[in-house]
Design a protein around this ligand. Structure first.
Ligand SMILES: N[C@@H](CCC(=O)N[C@@H](CS)C(=O)NCC(=O)O)C(=O)O
Length: 233
């Protein structure tokens, strides 16, 4: 039985907050608790047991401190990782970076065929997200195709419930988005992604047992409200 993660989450930094003492050797994950991209890196950190090695620095995106863009990460987005006097961005790159540059369990199978398929699934995530966002905004759009893609992906090696037979970077990349899309599609279009997709259901159930992920989940109502504001203004 996995041990529950005990961690008091720091308060988000806003426009009146001072920056941390940058480049002092501390490894920091600049994040936002509602952001699915940042959540990917947060899950990776937790799954590798790096809570004491990578400090969370939450940023209030509605009231962003100017020093964040000026001194930390000019693209002004989260996530960003401060490590070895560098700042690195982009969530998919960061999942891989944290997995290969820190201690803890390796979040990829050894099997080269599975690794290759993992790359394919990781590179599909942006297309997946765009397709779902587009269908949510269009009342007449067909919503199922991206989820059928996932359902088929679970059958590839026949050793579910995870994409590559064991919990990996791929599960981490999809979970924050599937979690939100499930809620949003039900709310906005009364479309239930779980109907007729038993493998997706089993994956969602299994993911919900992973402490590293569970700890990063936020109030569903808050997520839906944030996403609706983002999508519909
Ligand atoms: N491609 C980036 C996307 C990151 C992203 O869009 N983050 C959002 C929050 S969920 C953000 O920082 N938005 C602020 C902005 O765009 O100004 C990644 O994968 O890390």
């Amino acid at each position: 039985m996995a041990v529950a993660i005990q961690e008091t989450l720091p308060t988000p930094l806003g426009s009146t907050s001072s920056p941390p003492s940058l480049f002092d050797g501390t490894t920091r994950l600049y994040t936002n608790y509602q952001c699915p991209y940042a959540q990917r890196v947060w899950i990776t950190r937790n799954a590798k047991g790096l809570q004491d090695k990578i400090e969370l620095v939450p940023i209030d995106l509605q009231d962003r401190p100017v020093w964040y863009k000026e001194k930390v990460y000019p693209p002004n987005k989260v996530p960003a990782l401060e490590h070895n006097n560098k700042i690195i961005g982009e969530s998919l790159d960061l999942i891989k970076y944290v997995d290969s540059n820190f201690e803890g369990p390796v979040l990829l199978p050894n099997d080269p065929e599975k690794r290759e398929y993992g790359e394919e699934l990781l590179s599909y995530t942006d297309t997946f997200n765009k397709s779902v966002y587009t269908s949510i905004k269009d009342a007449n759009a067909e919503d199922g195709a991206p989820f059928d893609y996932l359902e088929n992906a679970f059958s590839k090696f026949g050793d579910g419930p995870f994409f590559l037979g064991e919990f990996s970077q791929v599960d981490i990349a999809y979970a924050p988005f599937v979690e939100r899309f499930q809620l949003l599609l039900l709310d906005v279009k009364k479309y239930d992604i779980t109907i007729g997709r038993p493998k997706l259901v089993a994956w969602i159930e299994e993911m919900d047992k992973i402490e590293a992920y569970k700890h990063t989940k936020r109030d569903p109502q808050l997520l839906v409200a944030t996403l609706k504001r983002h999508l519909f203004g």
